[in-house]
Design a protein around this ligand. Structure first.
Ligand code: NI
Length: 141
């Protein structure tokens, strides 16, 4: 566990007022907790840019009736089996399905998988949630 270090930050006073209101509203115990979360977010974003080992989910909503789409999605996922931990299919309605794909691996491979899925006709929405495997974060706690 890393030692805590203090540092001072200069910000416009009206911005700090807004920040304190936000902290109150969200129920954070102090400013430090929010700053640490923001720093983690920056570091995770950087890991994705540097093509490091990362984790995340790809969430997609698609048209159940689009011909061959389910088969294509399965084929794409088989092409990327090394980085897919699991997937879950949810029948949202008579017409739409959701799939949640949990991924772990090199960021560029995950982005490539997400791009291939997004390009398929019948995908109504897709989103990547970028997070960390936790290894980088654990070292600093
Ligand atoms: Ni379905």
């Amino acid at each position: 566990m890393s030692r805590l270090k203090r540092f001072s930050v200069a910000v416009p006073d009206d911005l700090l007022d807004q920040f304190d209101l936000y902290i109150d509203k969200e129920g954070f115990p102090n400013r430090s907790k929010v700053i640490v979360d923001l720093i983690n977010k920056c570091i995770i974003g950087d890991s994705w840019q540097k093509k490091e080992e990362v984790a995340g989910t790809i969430v997609l909503v698609f048209d159940h009736h689009k011909q061959n789409l389910s088969r294509k999605l399965t084929e794409i996922q088989h092409d990327f089996y090394e980085i897919i931990i699991s997937s879950q299919h949810v029948h949202f309605s008579h017409d739409t399905c959701m799939e949640i794909i949990v991924v772990k691996g090199r960021a560029d491979k995950i982005l490539s998988l997400a791009a291939k899925i997004k390009a398929e006709k019948g995908i109504l929405h897709s989103e990547i949630v970028m997070t960390s495997t936790g290894e980088h974060l654990k070292k600093r706690k």
